[in-house]
Design a protein around this ligand. Structure first.
Ligand SMILES: NC(=O)c1ccc[n+]([C@@H]2O[C@H](COP(=O)([O-])OP(=O)(O)OC[C@H]3O[C@@H](n4cnc5c(N)ncnc54)[C@H](O)[C@@H]3O)[C@@H](O)[C@H]2O)c1
Length: 303
């Protein structure tokens, strides 16, 4: 492990986001144990997965003091709680399971992870929240955003169960950070884009912008999400925080102000926005964490 590298327990690392975020964390010198129901998809990545059902609190408490790989046994001492816990496991949208199961599974797993980590003395916890909390992604019919840009102080008001489960996760984070004085950051993650998806999906995203309204014409590159997690880990001492986790720019050809004026004429814009700033703005991670995106969509698709 490189100096400064942390011992990280990561949940849900076998999923769409985690399979890119974990390699990004390993590249930056951290050590990672993956807790998931299924194996990490790339067997060559050197990621050890402990099959753990996070809705069972006993399993979560136990898993947090597991070796990171079999070499752990050579060190001659039992593993202690990790430096960092990153919780991504979830039913990652509605309509995978019935709503009550989505709510129960997500809220229970998030509670169990935050509680166990806090009670075991973990000082830094990151929790996946979602763009859906801004209330339009899974709303019934066409509903309007209250204003642009969407930032962390927005009065989030989702209609749907998945987003509600994510809001409960944010509240749980706030409660435990207040009780334990640790850092718990909720990441309102935008629509996650994997490397192979630019070529396949961006021609539609960019040329038919009406198809991206529910995502507020914003996205997060899965590898840039890895950078965001690493920057959070380096920035301790902020207590409970919410961070939008998105890339810098809008997924349209027109500049932001022009685009919003044309497509969302009734929604107020509350401050001057950057020429191509994403409506689901990442200003806070740029200013507070020093995020510098590496994967602007224009590198992969030229409209
Ligand atoms: N994909 C997106 O566009 C997006 C957008 C915003 C937020 N998010 C959030 O980011 C996180 C990661 O999303 P993703 O797209 O990688 O999801 P995913 O569905 O691809 O992966 C989720 C992983 O969690 C695991 N998991 C589910 N329930 C579990 C349990 N009880 N115990 C252990 N593991 C369990 C699954 O096996 C899976 O590997 C989720 O919390 C999701 O809600 C995703």
């Amino acid at each position: 492990m490189a100096s400064g590298g942390k011992r990280i327990v990561f949940t849900g690392g076998s999923g769409k986001a985690g399979r890119h975020v974990i390699p990004a964390l390993l590249k930056r010198g951290h050590k990672v144990l993956n807790l998931d129901l299924v194996d990490f998809p790339d067997p060559k990545a050197g990621v050890f997965t402990l099959k753990t059902d996070l809705t069972d609190s006993g399993q979560v408490f136990n898993a947090l003091t597991t070796h990171y790989d079999f070499e752990g046994y050579e060190r001659g001492h039992a593993e202690t709680a990790p430096d960092v816990v990153i919780h991504f496991a979830a039913y990652a949208r509605n309509m995978l399971v019935p709503d009550n199961e989505c709510f129960k599974g997500n809220v229970t797993a998030t509670y169990n992870v935050i509680e166990a980590a806090s009670k075991l003395g973990v000082k830094m916890i990151l929790v996946a929240s979602s763009e859906t909390t801004y209330g339009v992604c899974f709303s019934e019919g066409k509903t309007d955003y209250h204003s642009f840009p969407l930032e962390e102080d927005y009065d989030v008001d989702p209609m749907d169960t998945y987003a509600l489960s994510k809001l409960c996760g944010e509240r749980t984070a706030r409660t435990f950070a207040r009780r334990y004085g640790n850092d718990i950051y909720s990441l309102r993650i935008g629509n996650v884009i994997e490397p192979h998806e630019y070529e396949r999906d961006f021609p539609t995203h960019v040329n038919q912008p009406e198809t991206r309204r529910r995502n507020a014409w914003s996205y997060i590159d899965a590898r840039d999400l890895g950078q965001i997690c690493d920057l959070c880990i380096q920035k301790s001492g902020l207590g409970f925080q919410i961070f939008n986790a998105t890339n810098d720019t809008i997924t349209t050809k027109e500049p932001t102000a022009e685009f919003l004026k044309k497509y969302e004429p009734n929604t107020p814009v509350t401050r001057e926005m950057g020429e191509f700033e994403g409506p689901l703005s990442n200003r806070k991670i740029r200013e507070v964490l020093g995020f510098k995106e590496e994967h602007d969509w224009r590198r992969y698709y030229k409209p």
